[in-house]
Design a protein around this ligand. Structure first.
Ligand SMILES: [Zn+2]
Ligand SMILES: [Zn+2]
Length: 208
């Protein structure tokens, strides 16, 4: 099995179909994926090339006539199209929301396309969970301690207390300081990122 990590043989899959390769076993019928998916060429020795599509996390045999060269450095800011960081589809700039405008007045766009972002935003928190967290929120002016970093603060004075929600089952978990809430959000708990982070730190721990 060829590992795509570390490779830079990028290709553009113009048509959205190919035959999936499941651990060396070819599917019988073709599968469909979004047209203009960007992938890594693993094998180009036949008329059908073996391509890994990160957006699908899957290898496909694709007819080389349906593949086109792509210069990944001619995409993104300042260019006409951009590769989404979730689906890895090359899309026109206007399919990415404007995030902010930088100091020079240039627009910065979100790294995920509008379709992929819809999936993120759809995981809303039910209102009963919101009401519950509002009722139990620590009182303003009281001494409070964050359950993660253990830092103490005066609520609403020198610490910002945030209601922490689990977006996957859609429920309220507890209260955290603003900093820990942002940190936890980056680790996307539902996806085991935090466990991976601990394993990574352990692996690189200096043992003496
Ligand atoms: Zn996308
Ligand atoms: Zn904290």
């Amino acid at each position: 099995m060829t590992n795509p990590i570390g490779k830079s043989s990028w290709i553009l899959c113009v048509s959205g179909s190919g035959i999936a390769n499941n651990h060396g076993v070819r599917d019988i019928i073709p599968s469909h994926f979004p047209a203009n998916s960007v992938g890594i060429v693993l094998d180009d020795s036949d008329t059908e090339w073996l391509v890994f599509l990160p957006g699908q996390n899957q290898q496909f045999y694709i007819n080389s006539e349906h593949l086109a060269e792509i210069d990944i450095y001619q995409t993104g800011k300042g260019f006409e199209s951009k590769i989404c960081n979730i689906c890895f589809v090359l899309k026109p700039m206007d399919e990415f929301q404007v995030n902010q405008t930088d100091a020079k007045g240039r627009k910065t766009r979100r790294p995920s396309c509008n379709i992929c972002r819809q999936d993120i935003d759809r995981r809303a928190i039910p209102s009963r969970e919101r009401k519950l967290s509002q009722r139990l929120r620590p009182k303003k002016g009281t001494l409070w301690q964050c359950p993660i970093c253990r830092k103490m603060g005066i609520v609403g004075v020198n610490v910002k207390v945030v209601a922490d929600h689990d977006h996957y089952p859609g429920r309220w978990r507890g209260f955290l300081c603003d900093s820990c809430n942002t940190g936890l959000g980056r680790f996307k708990i539902g996806e085991n990122f935090l466990r991976n982070a601990i394993a990574y730190l352990k692996e690189h721990e200096i043992t003496n």
